[in-house]
Each structure stands twice: as C-alpha cells, then as structure tokens.
Design a protein around this ligand. Structure first.
Ligand SMILES: Cc1ncc(COP(=O)(O)O)c(C=O)c1O
Length: 369
C-alpha cells in the first residue's frame, strides 16, 4: 500500500529490510533534524490525562494561539489532521473542478483532485531555470485557457507550493500576493501550500491580510518536527474557513496533537536554533554533494536538497542500494517534470549527513549502482 510520491514510510522499510526502525536513517521525509521542541514534548506527556475525554472539536486553544502568533482572528484558522487532511477537503468544499498546478511538485494535490473527480492541468517550472517558479507564466496560462476545450471545465483554482517540494525553490511573498489578487479578481481560488515556509519567512504571505479567495496551508510536520502527531492548519477569510470546516469529520485532531502543537508554536528559542542549524548544515551538505562527480544540486530555501545523479545513473537503482544500507532517500524519478536521475535528500544531523555523503561517494566514485 506504499503510495508513489511520499517519503517517510520507515515502517515499510523496516519490515522489508528486517531491521529495527531506529537502525534506519530517513532522508526521504524532510523533518527538522533537531527534532520537536523539548517544551512541546513535555506538554505532550502532561496532556495524557486528556485522553479520557473527547478532543476539543473546535481546537479552541490552538486556534487562539495561532491567532496571537499571526496577529489575525482565530476565525481565520482551521486545524486539520496534518495539512494532508485539508488538501483533501479543499476540492469538495470549495467545489474545485479543474486545478492549475505548478510543478514539479508534491503529488497529493493531484491525488486529492482525482479522488474528488476533478481535473488537473500542470504547468512545469523549467529545469534550465533551476526549477525557479515563474509566476508570470501562470497568469499567461490562465489567460490562454480562459476558453476550455469542449467538455473540459474551466480552470477554477491555482495551487502553488511555496517553498516548493521537491525542488526547494521559493517565490517572494510579493509575487505570490500579486498572483493571489489577480487570481481572486478572476473569481478563481488560489491555494498556497506553505508547509515549509518556516524556513523561508520572505516567502510567506501570512504577514498581511489575505486576498478573498486565498487559502494558505501550514503544517506542524516539517519545521516543528512532529510528523507522527498529525497537525496542520488552513488560513483564509472566516467565511471560507467555515465553508471548509463543514466537511471535516468531527474530532479529527486529537488532544495530544492540539496541545503539543500549541507548545511547539510558542517555543521561539527552539525555532531560532533550528533555523540557524539548517542554514549552516544545508550549505555544508550542498557543497559536499556538489563535489560528487557529475551530480547537480539545485538551490534550496528549505531543509532538503533536490539533486540529479550523474548521467548514466538511475535514481531508482541508487535509492535501492542505499536502502539496503539503511539509508532512505527519496526517489523523484516518477515526479512529473523531473528526470530519472532526480533524488531528494533531507538535511539531517551532521553525523547522519556525513554517513550518507560517505555512502554516496563510495557508490558514485567507486562503483555503479
Ligand atoms: C509540500 C507538502 N505539503 C504538505 C504535506 C503534508 O504534510 P502533513 O500532512 O504532514 O502536514 C507534505 C508532506 O510531505 C508536503 O511535502
């Protein structure tokens, strides 16, 4: 039941390799290598007494805390069971039939559209530009596709992942805001997935009021280091939030998740430490990967790097060899818009990164995959 397009299935890898989970190093999911805030973990342990009650279906305390954090009303927030739950709610609740998606990108958006019986058109960022997102092309595409081919529904939403996964590229907030305003003016929805935006503050549009038909998604998985907890949130005008909430199952965010996420959000020291570490370590890993013969490493604003293996190597084969050594990296060869040599590597601790660099070096310098 492994789905193409996701990293982080350490359970399947452990079963397949006959190893303990903790013997694996997972570079395939991009999670803060410093782990969750220690204060958040203490809060989680203290919250176990709440397990004898149903969770707060309104996620009241967490939404109040988000409101203070972002200086906007609590009615502009909806908390979900990870941002994935919200991604799947959007097509149905906003009646999106035809999504313009800017790729190469995370697979779940297209998956959600397909499940809801909708259609996806992809606009690909160019490899020659290092997969830099050029938002002017989105507007040109909308102009061109105003009149859909017979039988097709007109595009009614645009989705941008910013910073983008798996390319690591980020657009400045100003450009995204311009896009969102123009998209709203045409009566379309603009969805911006900011699941990695804690690493790239300049990219987030949350510091100012949002245009009317804009939905921003955020996650406690990546920067807050809590993938197993399942917490994420949507930000939009209160009417839009109320509309999305109508289809959310009750109690989808448990109380450990609500309380831990709240404490994580408030730990500014851990956040600062995490950002400083990533800035240094990403630069170091990027430099080391670039030195591997024939490898191309793309610029990244976040906690992972997109890399192309040397010509003649296949991502699938290299990923499989590393996997047998307990090193999981993300095979991106099936991501539409990327080539068969593309892999994504999360930046982990210095020692873990050195282990992967040594393995890659011996694989690529001494023997084929
Ligand atoms: C870009 C992006 N958005 C959203 C998600 C979903 O994150 P979660 O459901 O854990 O919040 C992921 C997970 O890999 C992702 O890469």
């Amino acid at each position: 039941m492994t789905r193409i397009g996701h990293g982080g299935d350490v359970y399947a890898a452990a079963r397949e390799l006959g190893r303990d989970l903790h013997q694996l190093l997972d570079f395939s999911a991009s999670i803060n290598p410093l782990g969750p805030s220690p204060a958040a973990l203490r809060t989680m342990r203290a919250a176990e007494v709440l397990l004898s009650h149903y969770p707060d279906p309104a996620c009241w305390a967490l939404r109040q805390s988000l409101a203070r954090h972002w200086h906007r009303p609590a009615e502009e927030f909806l908390v979900g069971n990870g941002s994935t739950e919200l991604i799947h709610l959007l097509p149905r609740t906003l009646a999106i039939r035809h999504l313009l998606l800017i790729g190469p990108t995370f697979s779940e958006y297209a998956e959600a559209m397909t499940r809801a019986g909708g259609q996806v058109t992809m606009l690909m960022a160019d490899r020659a530009n290092g997969y830099r997102l050029r938002l002017e092309l989105v507007l040109a595409a909308l102009q061109k596709r105003r009149r859909p081919a017979s039988g097709a529904s007109p595009i009614d939403a645009v989705l941008l992942c910013n910073p983008n996964s798996p390319t690591g590229r980020a657009c400045d907030a100003g450009a995204v805001r311009t896009l969102a305003r123009l998209v709203a003016r045409r009566g379309l929805w603009c969805i911006v997935d900011e699941s990695f935006a804690e690493y790239a503050d300049h990219a987030s549009i949350l510091s100012e009021p949002l245009p009317p038909r804009t939905v921003v998604l955020r996650s406690f998985t990546k920067f807050y280091g809590l993938p197993g907890l399942r917490a994420g949130y949507a930000v939009a005008k209160p009417g839009v939030i109320a509309q999305i909430a109508t289809q959310q199952p009750p109690w989808s965010v448990n109380m450990l998740a609500q309380q831990t996420a709240l404490a994580a959000l408030q730990d500014a020291r851990h956040a600062g430490r995490s950002l400083r570490f990533m800035e240094r370590e990403r630069a170091r890993v990027q430099k080391a990967l670039t030195r591997l013969p024939g490898c191309t490493v793309f610029p990244s604003a976040v906690n992972f790097l997109l890399m192309e293996l040397p010509v003649g190597q296949k991502a699938t084969a290299v990923v499989a060899v590393l996997r047998r050594q307990g090193l999981l990296i993300r095979d991106c060869s099936q991501v539409p818009g990327l080539n068969g040599r593309s892999v994504r590597i999360a930046v982990r601790s210095r020692a873990d990164n050195d282990r992967l660099l040594r393995a890659l070096s011996s694989l690529l310098c001494e023997g084929g995959a």
